[in-house]
Write a protein that binds this ligand. Structure first.
Ligand code: AMP
Ligand code: GLY
Length: 426
């Protein structure tokens, strides 16, 4: 089989890494990929948003299966476009991708199907939202409706902060058209957790649980990021909570998809807030999480290709997912300044010192050619994004996985590197 993976982050490296263990795959391409992915797949310089060129490439290279990592190409309809060309593709179509691309769309879906979530109201008129300021009290949760690279949610503690956020979103258009509509929500308290599920038209199957760390600094301080680390399984989940999530959230969601004619196929990422054992949905994403995928896929024992094929063929119910009992911990190394401005192009040292059983998933990395390397004439791997690497280790216990991950992280260096010291620390 010839497979094309679209994306360039740690998530896509983990997908490529896992698929590389599938005996049925003869050739893998990744568009655009990164320096780590290039060791396992042929990288082609096409961005995921360039749907026309992705389609041309897929047809010209007789791709049997395409797998879409990030949300932006999904929301632009890459799955519909590839399928029109006869390319079987793993990921939701454009209509279903609204579940991530529009928060108002998801809130209406949740409300219609009586799935527990925060109360909300949507606004397209700045004057109206200012009249309703503090409608659910403070903190006031203010969300740009559309995709904003994980930055579109503002938790305003005061009226002044809320006015400033509304001005930025609707006046200054800091998120562009993603902020034409605003969703305001009741502020939920509790513990956050994520549940990723494989979904086809008849079945929804949760993966192993995972805990992520969204803030940049230790102790959950500082601004939100795409994710600074993860561990799996999460310690929050027990049988009772899992059953509640199944009965109150996952099964009603599948039924809702069927009733609404949403033929969702792919990964549904359910962001949850859990308080006193009661789960509520914070958000849906329609793809694998990053860095959730890294710890999930190293624990998955089933062939990932078989799962992708089963989802596409609506035969997910026939697959039994097998998981390693081991615990996994992923520590993200980010560029200095992230999630604000950061440098690119710094040489990364020490990757060769990492233990064999530890996997370093590349996120923002690039291979500098000998020409770019200057006088030394050697190729080298350099930073090329905010989140740079995700060092992922196993242990019999969370603690063993954590110690192993950090032991290896310390062998890798680059200018300005920062990472949290408390990932997986109980
Ligand atoms: P989202 O992009 O919708 O996942 O929101 C990003 C983050 O904002 C979440 O991970 C939560 O930490 C926080 N958040 C979003 N909605 C709410 C809410 N209704 N109440 C409290 N926190 C929220
Ligand atoms: N780590 C959060 C996400 O992938 O959206």
């Amino acid at each position: 089989m010839r497979v094309l993976i679209v994306g360039s982050g740690g998530r896509e490296h983990a997908i490529v890494w896992k698929l590389s263990k599938s005996p049925k795959i003869k050739k893998m391409y990744c568009a655009p990929g990164n320096a780590g992915i290039a060791e396992l797949a042929e990288c082609v310089e096409i961005q995921g948003e360039d749907i026309e060129r992705i389609c041309q490439f897929a047809v010209a290279n007789k791709i049997d299966l395409a797998v879409i990592g990030p949300e932006v190409p999904l929301s632009l309809g890459i799955v519909d476009a590839l399928e029109d060309k006869g390319i079987r593709t793993f990921g939701p179509n454009k209509k279903c991708a609204q579940l991530e691309a529009s928060k108002a769309f998801t809130k209406k879906f949740l409300e219609r199907h009586r799935i527990p979530t925060a109360r909300y109201k949507e606004f397209t008129d700045r004057r109206k939202i200012e009249e309703d300021i503090g409608i659910f009290g403070y903190p006031m949760v203010i969300k740009a409706d559309g995709l904003a690279a994980g930055k579109g949610v503002i938790i305003a503690e005061t009226k002044e902060e809320a006015e400033k956020a509304i001005g930025e979103i609707m006046g200054d258009k800091v998120f562009g058209t993603a902020g034409d509509k605003i969703v305001v929500e009741e502020f939920l308290t509790g513990v956050e957790a994520s549940m990723l599920c494989f979904v086809d038209e008849n079945t929804i199957v949760p993966m192993e649980s995972v805990q992520d760390y969204k803030r940049i600094f230790d102790g959950d301080k500082g601004p939100n990021t795409g994710g600074m680390g993860t561990y799996s399984p999460s310690l929050i989940f027990d049988g009772e909570l899992q059953e509640k999530i199944n009965n109150q959230i996952l099964l009603p969601t599948l039924k809702g998809f069927q009733e609404d004619g949403l033929n969702f196929k792919g990964v549904l990422f359910v962001g949850l807030m859990i308080k006193d054992g009661e789960p509520k949905v914070i958000e849906f994403n329609n793809r694998f999480g990053d860095p959730e995928t890294q710890v999930i896929l190293v624990r998955l024992e089933t062939d990932l290709l078989d799962i992708f094929e089963a989802v596409i063929n609506n035969r997910l119910s026939e697959i039994k997912l097998k998981w390693s009992e081991k615990k996994a911990v992923c520590v993200v190394m980010a560029a200095g300044g992230y999630p604000g401005n950061y440098e690119k192009g710094d040489k990364i040292y020490g990757l060769e010192k990492v233990d064999k059983e530890v996997t370093v998933f590349h996120a923002g990395t690039v291979m500098k050619t000998s020409k770019q390397a200057g006088p030394s004439n050697d190729c080298y791997i350099a930073t090329n994004g905010g989140r740079v690497l995700g060092t992922t280790a196993f242990g019999e216990t969370h603690e063993e996985g954590r110690i192993k991950a950090y032991d290896n992280v310390k062998r890798i260096t680059f200018n300005g590197a920062q990472y949290r010291k408390d990932i997986g620390l109980m």
